[in-house]
Design a protein around this ligand. Structure first.
Ligand code: URA
Length: 434
């Protein structure tokens, strides 16, 4: 078999066989296929697409490229959740403890920030002392005793995705449903959970801009997961504006703690409740109104918040700041971005907002670099809000003063104003499999 022939075949729009896909994935993993040929095939896939069968075969070959997590020490049904990536999208620290308080065990594997989107591991590590690199035994022990734990994905799971993702990022070949579905589902299948709940984002801050494309992606991922014997569901939710009010690692953890204590921005609460309800439904614990009632009880009673504290403390975290708003640390430098106009916020380019968060110190400049956990943005006004020129729209936070001005200049250009109130997209566009 020759890589040249596979590229040529896909360039002509023909479907690759399972053997051809496996040859490609094995060659990428071993390093035998040069990046130039891998990139050429990725571009041909982006332009000519893959059908469902090819996407499934690609997922299974990527899954087989590495190890799968061993969760055999955790009895019963184990759940995981995954978002396709967004800005201010920290639903995990709300959803995981809430469903754990409802009796569902959560064994979650997460990643770090990617492109303009944030990463759960960075957010959790902003809580002082929190460890996310746990041994299999320690991970199982915490899930068994607390009900939930979150670990950083190891390099031994899906090494093919590691290589392909870096190359896709470099060659503008991220945005393709078959490539996104295989990348996410190979990692989720390798994490070995029985229940997989997906949050597929659409809009200006998501990898997929159009809601119908996001719906298609969700259907594809659910089919792939179900074909592998897992219970999979998805919500399709808007990322046309940052979710909630906080964008930044520590800021998002503070917001998550506040949501669990009853102070929730409406949009983020809606997404969190839908994800919790989906997980409880897939696990067979409760569905519909019964699930929603159970979730509300766990939030109102403080059990969900206690579960978050218990989980973080079991992972070495000091939760003083989460429990005590007066003790929270904030970055030393702040700047208020004023509207400077009268009218309504018509749109917010959420990808740009995510990139500005990165400019303030939240994103890595090298793969093993550190991040400024305190950097970020407080979104005071959002799309659809009425503003006067002196109103603060966003507060920028950073530990490095010289980063403020360039980020503020870029942010200004990311926000459009109008005299008319815009029509807002629904927070949740649809669901699949639940
Ligand atoms: N997240 C992933 O892990 N992979 C993608 O391709 C897109 C988002």
């Amino acid at each position: 078999m020759r890589m040249y022939d596979l590229i040529h075949k896909k360039k002509e729009g023909k479907a690759l066989t399972a053997e051809e896909i496996d040859f490609f994935v094995k060659g990428v993993t071993s390093g035998e296929i040069p990046d130039s040929q891998t990139a050429a095939l990725l571009m041909a896939i982006c332009l000519k697409n893959m059908d469902d069968r090819e996407a499934t075969d690609l997922t299974l070959s990527m899954l087989a490229s590495g190890e799968s997590a061993d969760l055999s020490a955790i009895p019963g049904i184990k759940a995981d959740k995954h978002s396709t990536g967004g800005v201010g999208d920290s639903t995990t620290p709300v959803v995981i403890p809430t469903v754990a308080a409802c009796g569902l065990k959560v064994a979650k594997m997460s990643g770090r920030a990617l492109g303009h989107t944030g990463g759960t591991i960075d957010k959790l590590e902003s809580v002082p002392g929190t460890r996310t690199e746990l041994s299999t035994e320690e991970f199982a022990e915490i899930v068994n005793s607390v009900g939930a734990a979150v670990v950083a994905q190891t390099g031994t799971l899906c090494p093919a995705d590691k290589k392909l993702y870096a190359l896709r990022d470099f060659t503008a070949t991220v945005e393709n449903n078959a490539l996104i579905a295989s990348s996410i589902m190979s990692k989720k299948l390798a994490s070995s959970a029985d229940v997989i709940m997906l949050d597929v984002k659409y809009g200006s801050g998501a990898f997929i801009k159009d809601p119908e494309d996001a719906m298609e992606l969700a259907r594809l991922m659910v089919r792939i997961g179900e074909g592998a014997g897992r219970r999979v569901g998805a919500i399709i939710s808007s990322m046309d504006v940052p979710l909630g009010r906080a964008v930044g690692n520590a800021l998002e953890m503070y917001e998550a703690a506040d949501i669990l204590c009853g102070k929730a921005p409406e949009d983020k609460l809606q997404v969190c409740v839908a994800l919790c309800a989906g997980m409880l439904t897939l696990a067979g614990i409760a569905k519909g109104e019964e699930a929603k009632k159970m979730i509300a009880e766990k939030l109102e009673s403080g059990e969900a918040f206690n579960k978050l504290s218990e989980m973080l403390e079991a992972q070495g975290g000091d939760t003083t700041e989460l429990r005590n708003p007066a003790k929270r640390r904030y970055a030393p430098y702040k700047m208020e971005l004023k509207a400077g106009e009268c009218g309504y916020i018509y749109s917010m380019n959420t990808e740009e907002i995510g990139l500005c968060e990165g400019m303030l110190g939240s994103s890595r400049t090298s793969l093993d670099g550190s991040v400024d956990f305190l950097a970020g943005l407080e979104i005071i006004k959002k799309t659809g809000d009425k503003v006067s020129p002196d109103d603060t729209v966003i507060i920028l936070h950073t530990s490095d003063e010289k980063l403020l001005m360039p980020a503020a200049e870029r942010l200004k250009k990311a926000i459009c104003y109008s005299a008319e109130k815009p029509v807002l997209p629904p927070v949740i566009y649809g669901t699949v499999g639940i």
